[in-house]
Design a protein around this ligand. Structure first.
Ligand code: MTE
Length: 328
C-alpha cells in the first residue's frame, strides 16, 4: 500500500518457500481432509466449535475418500491452494505493523471473544449481536477464492463463512440503503499499530448494496477448516474476490447500511491511488506500478492479471455503463 517502509509496493520480494517435501504434502492433505470434514459437518447446521474438530483414525480415512470425491461449488476455483503457512504468515494488517510478517507475530494480543458486531443504519432490524450468535444464524460454507492484492501479489485461499447477502436479508435494508459501510475494531491497547497515525483509524471499507448482495461477497470466520487466525482478520472479515485485497476489511465490529457512498480508509489516505470500487483491473495501472501481472505466492513466474480477478462473468454486469477508469 502507499506507506510501506521496508518494501516498495509492486516490488519483487523473495518468493516464500514452496511446499514440496513429502512431509509437507501429507500435512496439506490432512489439512484439506480436515477442512472438508468440518465444512461438511458445519454445513449441516453445526456451529463454529466444530471448526476445531479433527478427524482421526477411521474418520480420517473416510474423509480422505470424501476429499477425492469433492465437487467444487459454483463459486470455487480449482487452482491449487496457497500453502496455509503462507496464507497465515504473509499478511497485510496495519493495526499490527507494516511488515508482511508483523501481523502473525503481533496479532496474538487481539482478543476475539467476547466480540460483538453492531448492525445499524438503514435497516429495519438494527441490533448488536454476539459473534457466536451471528455465525450460528447461517450454515457455514467453504469458498475457494483467488485474492489479488493491489500490491500485485495473489493467493488462493479456502475460506469458510457465509454469504454477506444472507446477513443483509436478515437485517432487512430499508429503501434508503444504498451502500454498506464496514468498520474494524479501534483499540490501540490491543492493536499496537493504531498507536501511530499511519492510517486514519479505525480501518473502514464499503460496498454498494448491490455488490454486497452479490453471491460472491462473503463474510469469513475460518480458513481451511480452522477458526480464522487473528492475523487474517478474526473473528469476522469481508471477502470480495473480484476487488483488490484492501477491500477485505478484517476484524469487523460494525456494519452500517447508509444512503451515501462511505469514506473508506485507503481512498482517504491516497485518493489518487485507491478508489472506492477497487475492482481488479489489469488495464488500469496503479500510478506507481503496473497492474497487468501479478506474483502468485509460491510461484516463480508472474501471471497475467485477469479483469475482475477472473470473476468478470459473474460481476461485470454490476458495472454496466460505468467508466471503470474514472471509478477505479
Ligand atoms: N483490514 C484491516 N482492518 N487492516 C488492514 O490493514 N489490510 C487489507 C485487508 N484488510 C487490512 C485489512 C489488505 S491491504 C489486504 S491485501 C488484505 O487485508 C490482506 O489479507 P490477508 O493478510 O489475510 O492476506
Amino acid at each position: 500500500m502507499s506507506r510501506l517502509p521496508r518494501q516498495q509496493e509492486g516490488e519483487e520480494v523473495a518468493p516464500l518457500p514452496t511446499d514440496t517435501g513429502p512431509q509437507e504434502r501429507t500435512r496439506r492433505e490432512f489439512l484439506r481432509s480436515a477442512t472438508l470434514f468440518t465444512a461438511t459437518v458445519a454445513g449441516l447446521g453445526g456451529g463454529l466449535e466444530l471448526l476445531t474438530r479433527r478427524p482421526s483414525g477411521a474418520a480420517e480415512a473416510q474423509t480422505a475418500a470424501v476429499t477425492r470425491k469433492r465437487v467444487l461449488g459454483p463459486y470455487d476455483t480449482s487452482e491449487p491452494l496457497t500453502s496455509y503457512q503462507s496464507i497465515t504468515t504473509y499478511n497485510n494488517f496495519y493495526e499490527f505493523g507494516l511488515g508482511k510478517d508483523d501481523p502473525s507475530q503481533n496479532a496474538g494480543s487481539l482478543r476475539t471473544r467476547p466480540w460483538t458486531v453492531r448492525i445499524d443504519g438503514e435497516v429495519r432490524k438494527p441490533q448488536t449481536v454476539d459473534i457466536d450468535t451471528l455465525q450460528g444464524w447461517f450454515p457455514l460454507e467453504d469458498r475457494v477464492y483467488r485474492m489479488r492484492c493491489v500490491e500485485a501479489w495473489s493467493m488462493v485461499i479456502p475460506w469458510m463463512g457465509f454469504p454477506l447477502a444472507a446477513l443483509m436479508r436478515r437485517v432487512e435494508p430499508t429503501s434508503k440503503a444504498k451502500y454498506v459501510k464496514f468498520t474494524a475494531l479501534l483499540d490501540p491497547k490491543q492493536m499496537p499499530g493504531q498507536r501511530s497515525r499511519v492510517l486514519d483509524w479505525p480501518y473502514t471499507e464499503g460496498l454498494r448494496l448491490d455488490e454486497a448482495l452479490h453471491p460472491l461477497a462473503f463474510l469469513a470466520v475460518g480458513i481451511d477448516g480452522k477458526i480464522l487466525p487473528n492475523q487474517n482478520g478474526a473473528p469476522l472479515r469481508l471477502v470480495v474476490p473480484w476487488k483488490y485485497g484492501f477491500k477485505n476489511i478484517k476484524s469487523i465490529v460494525r456494519i452500517s447500511l447508509v444512503s451515501e457512498m462511505p469514506k473508506t480508509t485507503w481512498a482517504l489516505a491516497a485518493p489518487d491511488e485507491y478508489g472506492f470500487y477497487a475492482n481488479v483491473n489489469p488495464a488500469v495501472d496503479h500510478p506507481r506500478w503496473s497492474q497487468a501481472t501479478e506474483r502468485r505466492i509460491g510461484e516463480v513466474a508472474r501471471r497475467r492479471t485477469l479483469p475482475f480477478n477472473g470473476y468478470a462473468e459473474s460481476v461485470a454486469g454490476l458495472y454496466k455503463g460505468m467508466d471503470l477508469r474514472r471509478n477505479f
